[in-house]
Design a protein around this ligand. Sequence first.
Ligand code: GLC
Ligand code: CA
Length: 541
Amino acid sequence: MATRLATVRTSANPQVTSDASWWRDAVVYQVYLRSFADGNGDGIGDLGGLRSRLPYLSWLGVDALWINPHYPSGGADGGYDITDYRAVDPDYGDVADLEALVDDARRLGLRVVLDVVPNHTSDRHPWFQAALADPDAPEAARYHFAPPSAEPPNNWQSLFGGPAWSRTPDGRWYLHLFAPEQPDLNWGDPAVAADFERTLRFWLDRGVSGFRVDVAYGLFKDAGLRDNPGAYSPTLFGHGPEQAMTWNQPEVHDVWRRWRSICDEYPDTMLVGEVCLADLEQVALYSRPDEMHQSFSFRLLKSPWSAESFADGVRTALDAFGAVGAPVSWVLGNHDKDRQVSRFGGGALGTARARAAALLVLALPGSAYLYAGDELGLPQAEVPDEAKLDPIFFRSGGARAGRDGCRVPMPWNADRGVGFSADDAATPWLPIPADWDQYAVSRQARDGGSVLTLYRRALALRDAHPALGSGDAAVSRRGDVLTVRCTAADGSVVRCVVNMGSETALVRTRGTVLLASTTGVRRSAGSVALPADTAIWLAEA
Ligand code: GLC
Ligand code: CA
């Protein structure tokens, strides 16, 4: 297991220092740029707003931030339909703002990771426009077109609903595994690979610390465009054999080897892949030593609240990633899933469980990805249908609620509406629920019992205790109680015990309670009474 190598931060010298393995146990904070902080008062989060909030992220105690796509976009899928990969959307600022952000962050000890989207472009990308205008243009070979015919070339479905093929105005079919505004690129065309290499270098030359790679299990498709054997269900952990023709083609691993070699030219940079495959052993193959540094483990993001399911998710991930020598990249929330508090039952119950889950994930060895707002315990927001923007909502004819409810702007200041915008009178791009001042950072920072305070304490303890975040972990379960015993290289041990049942559980220990996710924990000689939906960290003597 990795020894702890993360930057040691002191208030006197918080700068980022060189560390080639920083990502192995980093806590990475995911910034949904459009919703983080609006610096110019137009109701849209931007780079200036994010820069002004960097001291908050440093105070919170994270190591790095990953920013959702900041590129000019067609606006069809929350920025994941890009029109220019080497520019900044004017809504967010410009390239100089991004450089300034990277510099400011570095001074505060924070690294910046960008999102890169290689599976598809926007339909407004100049390549696709050229391909539409002329079927014989070289750009047409960079996408998947099929000649006009009555039926689409195969049975492939869009992940957002409906067929994965749409027609061009002149009757050709083109492939889009997501929205029709997101035509899939043909990675068999060398011009595509060459252009992405330029993009990577463009941003690496500006000092970013790496990339989160969107849909990294995509890119290549079955060469014969054969029918998929079955349909995908969003209730599965990820794609499997039923979707064998569209995902996880063997050729894709060569792309990650090439990208890895580019990153290796830039010190301290890394790649983390979004690989939504059900089989974690397959996911881990994307982070073999010569491929991406990490691939997300989404198992806990999709696990119901049960010790059995969480124990299985933790064990499976540790085994699968351990087999390739990669740390696990734990994820409890992101911009694609309902907020944890709501997923785990909502209200006080959901909040208690989300607090406990945070302690579990922050104890486990590996890196942890925290989604902005989860540290405030934000619930899934009710977004009225007329304000919704997510293509999932529209393409499912309203049957699926879509992802807008986890993308609502951050509440910062309870005295100023919620203080998201520099201009209090600005209309936020997605409506913020009227009672969200209760979650504001300004309020929670002063409250010793808040979710924010819990996260901040946990992150400080994770920095101080080598067993947390980078130890060797042994997972055990007794009924509804899940225990992870983390042992550091120096022999120190911290146990994380989570009671996922509905009755108080007695935990035998002579150790010290470092942190508890709720206030109801009772200590007596030789044991701790752990209430339902509660986690503790125990330093073992
Ligand atoms: C990834 C992103 C998601 C996006 C999709 C298409 O899954 O996380 O937000 O819609 O890719 O780019
Ligand atoms: Ca703005």
